[in-house]
Design a protein around this ligand. Structure first.
Ligand SMILES: NC(=O)c1ccc[n+]([C@@H]2O[C@H](COP(=O)([O-])OP(=O)(O)OC[C@H]3O[C@@H](n4cnc5c(N)ncnc54)[C@H](OP(=O)(O)O)[C@@H]3O)[C@@H](O)[C@H]2O)c1
Length: 283
């Protein structure tokens, strides 16, 4: 075979972004970024997507909407498993519940998170601890407890994937002033560095770890802060590409990072902010 012929023959390239038959778990999957991701995972071919968050009704509602998606695989299913990610016992129960439906997990999106805004001088001990615990320690414990299921079928050719949700607040400076978010900002820097550590720790077990660093995406968590910092229109105008994040931005990035297309990406963070963090000219 000529070199050129060999070089153009990419194996099954038309399916390189597909996730057919994969099993995924999405924490904080009942709404917002987690739900956008779950929608993308199912529409890219996942066979089972477990949706977890604290509120049972919200998990069920999310799964009902996902199970009604017209272009998921006919037998694909979203399964609600309510659990509080801030408690180790609940993470262990989540793993046990998921294990009743599957002997392995291909994709874990450790996305559940919380924030707290209050000025520097009165920023409470309890809020700082709560945010660090859920956004960092619980992400570590979720990945640790799911590791056996993630390893179960993973191979060098077809590695499992772990994604964590950081933030541009963990790369630049978070919100200052009356709604200051020092704990949140530190937690998002921490979770992205945790991910880099785990990327190296877990790669020999055929588990690749990567992160997202979103800018503003309208969501229950972000809407209040977006209102306080100028509102949707002003924030969109201040962004180099003139808009805020959209559900498809999250869904597509998650699908890419979980697919064969990202099979050699490990320990990396994709920023989803339209270039705002880089744009010193507008600061
Ligand atoms: N939206 C943005 O602009 C933006 C930007 C950067 C990063 N992020 C990050 O993206 C992630 C998702 O945020 P979002 O904007 O999608 O917010 P959201 O709409 O408020 O969703 C948060 C999700 O996390 C769940 N959750 C909260 N506490 C939990 C706990 N203790 N255990 C299990 N689940 C819990 C919530 O459900 P329950 O209430 O039922 O538990 C919900 O499903 C967070 O890590 C956030 O920091 C968001």
């Amino acid at each position: 075979m000529s070199t050129a012929k060999a070089d153009v023959e990419l194996k099954d390239f038309s399916n390189i972004f597909r996730l057919d038959g994969k099993v995924a778990v999405v924490t904080g999957g009942s709404r917002g970024l987690g739900l956008h991701a779950a929608s993308g995972l199912l529409q890219a071919g996942c066979a089972k997507v477990f949706i977890t968050s604290r509120k049972a009704a919200a998990c069920q509602e999310a799964c009902d909407a996902l199970n009604a998606l017209p272009n998921k695989a006919p037998d694909a299913i979203a399964i609600p498993v309510p659990a509080d990610s801030s408690k180790l016992s609940e993470i262990e129960r989540l793993v046990a519940e998921v294990s009743k439906h599957t002997d392995h997990v291909d994709i874990l999106f450790a996305n559940a998170g919380a924030t707290w805004g209050e000025k520097f001088d009165t920023h409470p001990d309890s809020a700082f601890a709560k945010v660090m615990d859920l956004n960092v320690k619980s992400v570590f414990l979720t990945i640790q407890k799911f590791a056996p299921l993630l390893q179960a079928r993973a191979t060098a050719e077809d590695p499992s994937r772990v994604l964590v949700t950081g933030s541009v607040a963990g790369q630049g400076i978070g919100t200052l002033g009356p709604q200051s978010t020092p704990g949140y900002s530190a937690s998002k820097a921490a979770v992205l560095h945790l991910m880099r550590n785990l990327a190296i720790e877990l790669a020999p077990r055929h588990i690749l770890c990567n992160g997202l660093a979103p800018g503003f995406f309208p969501s229950k968590m972000a809407n209040g802060l977006m209102e306080m910092t100028g509102g949707v229109e002003k924030l969109a105008k201040e962004t180099p590409n003139g808009r805020l994040g959209r559900p498809e931005d999250i869904a597509a990035t998650v699908v890419f990072l979980c697919s064969r297309a990202a099979g050699h990406v490990n320990g990396e963070t994709i920023r989803l902010d339209g270039g705002k963090l880089l744009d010193r000219a507008r600061l």
